[in-house]
Design a protein around this ligand. Structure first.
Ligand SMILES: *Cc1c(COP(=O)(O)O)cnc(C)c1O
Length: 203
């Protein structure tokens, strides 16, 4: 509180260092955001524009269509299966102009879940030219038997972006802190379009 007269560290060094240690990822593969909503938008702003498209599921998180439409890109909504993601149909919905596929796992608001093995084979089967934004806002709630090593996949799939947040399991939604984990090149592009002080000192 005593330091609020100063601008925050625009690079979020201390938070990135703590996340880097906790998650075993390099600091150059982390993008901090004003909630993970912010990093979802940064992905859209980095990779979408008019004439391009993004794929997401019916009943998925409400921010995906907003972020896509704000860029003037086209949202391709894939009908849900049992209120959840139909990964096979989503893979088929990808077009040459598609740059992002958004997946919420577990999903909000429907609470559905895709097993890790199915997710990984989806990512593996997709063109490396298409970014997979895997929104894991509820990841920490998964029981041990449902866990999967998405962070480990980052090394293999440079087109994977994982988003997480302090809002849910840590009960800090009012502070607005989230982050994305990605290949350094992708994180760099996202960091170039974010506001320099998008995470404030208290957060
Ligand atoms: C809550 C939520 C978010 C974003 O939360 P932030 O508070 O912006 O970090 C993103 N995705 C899903 C699926 C959520 O439920």
């Amino acid at each position: 509180l005593g330091g609020l007269a100063r601008y925050p560290d625009g690079n979020g060094f201390e938070l990135k260092q703590a996340l880097s240690r906790k998650l075993g990822v390099g600091m150059d593969g982390i993008v901090l955001g004003n909630g993970s909503n912010d990093v979802l938008e940064l992905a859209a702003r980095s990779f979408l524009s008019p004439g391009l498209s993004a794929v997401y599921s019916e009943h998925a998180f409400a921010v995906y269509p907003l972020a896509v439409q704000a860029m003037g890109a086209e949202g391709i909504v894939v009908p849900a299966r049992g209120y959840g993601h139909d990964l096979q149909a989503m893979a088929q919905a990808v077009r040459p102009d598609t740059r992002i596929v958004f997946i919420a796992n577990p999903n909000n608001p429907t609470g559905t879940y895709v097993p890790g093995a199915e997710l990984e084979s989806f990512v593996a089967g997709l063109s490396r030219e298409v970014l997979v934004v895997l929104d894991e806002a509820y990841n920490e709630y998964l029981r041990p038997e449902f866990r999967y090593d998405s962070i480990g996949w980052l090394k293999q799939y440079p087109n994977l972006v994982i988003t997480r947040t302090f809002s849910k399991v840590y009960g800090l939604a009012g502070l607005r802190v989230g982050y994305a984990l990605a290949a350094p090149g992708v994180a760099d592009l996202m960091n170039r379009v974010r506001q320099p002080f998008n995470v404030n000192s208290l957060s």
